[in-house]
Design a binder for this molecule. Structure first.
Ligand code: ADE
Length: 418
């Protein structure tokens, strides 16, 4: 078996973490048991480009239990958990190409290695694998049946490819399932981002001014959790509707040019480039902390910050202190990459449970319907979304009311009113 990981000796710790995560991934476990008996992915080659975490390991085990041949590479150079990668190789016989801290060249060589297996299905978190498939002539002829996409940024890229008529395969937008973005993007990002900031800096959040750039599902989660820890939260947005929501949720809403002067901690989650740039760095308080929890490391204009920097030094494992003109210090966390995966462990297993249940069932969907699917971005079918919600609720030990026959009739009729 070919693979490229940092250190195989870390495997025992990785296995412990995979098993710990598994205990909180009940929906995925139910699907795995079903996959073991039904083998819906028998003989299917799957190349996955996801964050290499304990939760992802449990997805890989599930796909393998369904009969698939899987290969995994990282979807971000800084998010790999090396012990998990080692365990996947050593204990689960799953080839992994990922090393935490890999450079850009290694990152892409790992994606290339994953595509070289000739996958029938690709699985992306950010669309890098699909993008490489389209760009590299060596992979143009690959007979890929379909792909699945985990994140908002990836879905945006893929829809743009569809719109421009260049998408060469069907894609299932896992991100857009309700059981994914309602929970993973909001509660997962909310908790793991604050976790990452705290682990990286050990800063007390209470009493700080936290500026959250972007009020999508992820931004909402971060704003909510920062407030829960006692921060005063400012939201910056470009969308009028989301701005009203943020204001009515009780946050201050203002442009970044004003927020820059007020913030102690800045978190970007917009999916866009240069949300924090030169004019903002120039007015930030001394010792401001700047980080990103959006998919790509493009949201903070670090290139320009580097040109403004008089002195730069590493002050903690994930903190680079930039001293700029006027002797003010700006602390950048995790090189502007996903703080929640670089400095913490990503979203907790119980939310990834629903996200990865969607991934597993989306893969099964692609296999079943591959002959009918067109080169389009498809939503996760509603019955899958509903099934995952029902299963999750059950595993949480929550029971809810059922509509009575009378209520069903009321809802389907237009005769009853005042
Ligand atoms: N994205 C965010 N958190 C994650 C996790 N724990 N595993 C995989 N992908 C993630």
């Amino acid at each position: 078996m070919r693979y490229d990981i940092s250190n195989k000796r870390l495997a025992p710790i990785g296995r412990q973490r995979i098993e710990w995560a598994e205990r909180q991934m009940d929906v995925l476990r139910v699907i795995r048991e079903q996959f073991v008996s039904e083998k819906p992915l028998a003989g299917v080659h799957i190349a996955a480009c996801l964050h290499v975490t304990a939760e992802t390991a449990n997805l890989m085990r599930t796909l393998k239990a369904g009969g698939a041949h899987v290969v995994l590479c990282a979807s971000n150079p800084l998010s790999t958990q090396d012990d998990v990668a080692a365990s996947l190789v050593s204990h689960y016989g799953i080839p992994v190409y990922a090393r935490k801290g890999e450079n850009r060249q290694t990152y892409f060589s790992h994606l290339t290695a994953a595509l070289k297996v000739g996958p029938n299905i690709t699985m992306d978190d950010g669309a890098d694998l699909v993008s490489l498939l389209h760009k590299d002539p060596a992979f143009r002829a690959l007979p890929v049946w379909g792909s699945t996409e985990e994140t908002t940024t990836g879905v945006i890229r893929l829809k743009s490819m569809e719109k421009h008529g260049v998408l060469r395969m069907p894609v299932v937008a896992v991100n857009d399932a309700k059981t994914k973005h309602f929970f993973d993007n909001r509660y997962g990002t909310g908790q793991s981002t604050l976790d990452g900031i705290i682990r990286a800096t050990n800063i007390l959040i209470a009493g700080k001014v936290v500026v959250v750039a972007g009020y999508g599902w992820c931004g909402r989660g971060v704003a909510m959790r920062a407030r829960g820890l006692g921060a005063l939260v400012i939201v910056t947005e470009v969308d009028p509707l989301k701005s009203i929501e943020a204001a009515l949720d009780g946050y201050q809403v203002m442009p970044m040019s004003r927020a820059a002067r007020l913030g102690d901690i800045f978190v970007t989650l917009t999916g866009n480039i240069n949300v924090i740039q030169k004019e903002h760095f120039l007015t930030m308080k001394d010792n401001a902390v700047v980080c990103n929890s959006g998919h790509f490391d493009v949201e903070i204009d670090l290139k320009t910050l580097r040109t403004m920097t008089i002195k730069k030094r590493q002050v903690r494992e994930f903190v680079i202190e930039h001293t700029i003109r006027g002797r003010r210090k700006i602390n950048v966390l995790a090189e502007g990459r996903l703080i929640n995966l670089a400095a913490a462990e990503g979203h907790p297993p119980s939310v990834m449970d629903m996200s990865f249940a969607n991934q597993a069932l989306a893969a099964e969907f692609v296999v079943k319907h591959r002959r009918k699917l067109e080169k389009k971005v498809y939503p996760v079918p509603e019955d899958i979304d509903k099934r995952i919600a029902a299963l999750k609720l059950k595993t949480m030990g929550i029971t809810i009311d059922k509509l009575t026959a009378e209520q069903k009739e009321y809802l389907s009729s237009w005769h009853m009113g005042t």
